[in-house]
Design a protein around this ligand. Structure first.
Ligand code: UFG
Length: 327
């Protein structure tokens, strides 16, 4: 049995799908602060609750025979983290420490952790590998790096076996269209462009066109959420088999697309012309963030398979379908 903490969120719910498809037994623990009950596959057992609640965790570990924990529960808005760092250190760092402590008390020693490209801050190189210096520039990125370090200490001091996965820009939706990205508020580029094209927003803003890139807009590495989810299954299997005991992997496509290119691709795929406005830079946006994911290819045989067109197509199908469901 596996415990997926934060399994009702965008990435967690896609990983739960992959796990149950892989015939794994899954328990999801989620406080539904940003996740959705409908996003959790019905083959998984669902418990509404908070990982900061050590008594609840203890009960879960007593009832279910948990082999490994996959941890997705976190606050993840960079801007909010600057305004309210306490929330980020409580939800992301302190709660994870509770989770790891109760795991240790129950002799559960296998862990998959969701980290972020935000740990790199503003990197000095355009293509980032796992040895690139980590230097987060906001409390969100710092909270992710702190947990990475706690996890590493648990490995060396208590024998925790783990894989930490640093995501670049997750996007897209599940192939059947049952689940997809549904944040409130939405801050990510692709869903915002598509929501605009569906008439839910009057325009799309480009946050700055004076970056040091070919067209002046920021370049990011977009990765399909199912590609991300597959990487978790591989990482989990490697940890369960003890082929890997402590590793950090980047997860990206290795291709960078500018904000303008994303908006243009959305226009081509949907056939709808967007109204584009130029806005000022958003604080803390690096010019370019592109992953070198060769380490996970070499060690676990994973690579991204879904290109930017198919990422946007799947997101478009999802966004159209939620509009219909709401009508
Ligand atoms: N952008 C716009 N207009 C918008 C929204 C976004 O121009 O309306 C731009 C942003 O400024 C950025 C790019 O589009 O240049 C991508 O922005 P997203 O908000 O979609 O994604 P980020 O790259 O900011 O964030 C992602 C993850 C974060 C993580 C961060 C690491 O979502 O969790 O990468 O830098 F912290």
């Amino acid at each position: 049995m596996l415990l997926v903490v934060g399994g009702a969120g965008y990435i967690g719910s896609h990983v739960v799908k992959e796990l149950v498809e892989d015939n794994r037994e899954v328990v999801v623990l989620d406080n539904l602060s940003t996740g959705h009950r409908w996003a959790v596959d019905e083959r998984a057992i669902f418990i509404e609750g908070d990982m900061a609640d050590s008594k609840l965790l203890q009960k879960v570990f007593e009832i279910y025979n948990i082999e490994a924990v996959l941890h997705f529960a976190a606050s993840s808005l960079v801007g909010e983290s600057v305004i309210n760092p306490i929330k980020y250190y409580e939800n992301n760092v302190s709660s994870t420490l509770t989770l790891l402590k109760v795991m240790k008390e129950n002799k559960i020693d296998k862990f998959i952790f969701s980290s972020s490209a935000a740990v790199y801050g503003i990197p000095s190189v355009d293509i980032i590998d796992e040895n690139t210096l980590t230097n987060p520039i906001n409390p969100y990125g710092k909270s992710k790096l702190m947990v990475e370090q706690i996890v590493e200490d648990f490995h060396y001091s208590y024998g925790l076996k783990y894989v930490t996965l640093r995501y670049f820009n997750a996007a897209g939706a599940y192939k059947t269209g049952e689940i997809g990205e549904y944040h409130n508020p939405e801050t990510h580029l692709i869903p915002l462009v598509l929501e605009h094209l569906l008439g839910k927003k009057s325009s799309i803003s480009i946050y700055g066109n004076d970056y040091n890139t070919k067209d002046g807009t920021c370049i990011r590495d977009y990765i399909h959420v199912t590609d991300l989810a597959r990487a978790h299954v591989l990482a989990l299997n490697a940890v369960l088999n003890e082929e890997v005991t402590n590793a950090i992997f980047n997860l990206g496509n290795g291709n960078g697309y500018s904000v303008k290119e994303i908006i243009d691709t959305c226009e081509i795929i949907t056939g709808i012309k967007p109204i584009v406005k130029l806005d000022k830079r958003r604080i803390g946006d690096p010019d370019v963030l592109v992953a070198n994911s060769k380490k996970i290819l070499k060690e676990l045989g994973w690579k991204a398979t879904i290109d930017i067109e198919d990422i946007i197509k799947s997101a478009w199908n999802w966004h159209k379908s939620i509009l219909v469901k709401r009508k």
